[in-house]
Design a protein. Structure first.
Length: 109
């Protein structure tokens, strides 16, 4: 019997289509997301930049820190502030997220 605790964070391929739409503008559309499952939080899909309209996003000054993922930088879309975030240099164990973007609930389909 394995008594090892479940990891706090796990990453899984997420092959279902993920679309991000704000004010009728498609900001992302992918079937190549990585789903992050973290105890106590809703699942998050991280999207590859190749499938995100980075030309429509602006880098914001917001930075937050998560001890389990690292420092997150944020992106805005027009007047919609900080709609997405990215871990440019994630901590050990979640390196696969490097440079991928997650969007807040309510904008993903």
């Amino acid at each position: 019997m394995d008594d090892a605790p479940e990891p706090r964070i796990t990453l899984h391929p997420h092959s279902r289509r993920v679309r991000v739409v704000i004010d009728g503008t498609v900001l992302a559309d992918t079937t190549r997301a990585i789903e992050l499952l973290e105890r106590g939080y809703p699942p998050r899909q991280y999207l590859p930049r190749d499938d995100v309209r980075m030309d429509l996003l602006t880098h914001s000054n917001t930075v937050t820190h998560c001890p389990f993922k690292g420092d997150a930088s944020y992106f805005s879309f027009g007047e919609h502030k900080d709609v997405a975030w990215s871990y440019e240099k994630p901590v050990e164990g979640v390196e696969a997220l490097a440079g991928w973007l997650a969007f807040y609930e309510g904008v993903t389909e």
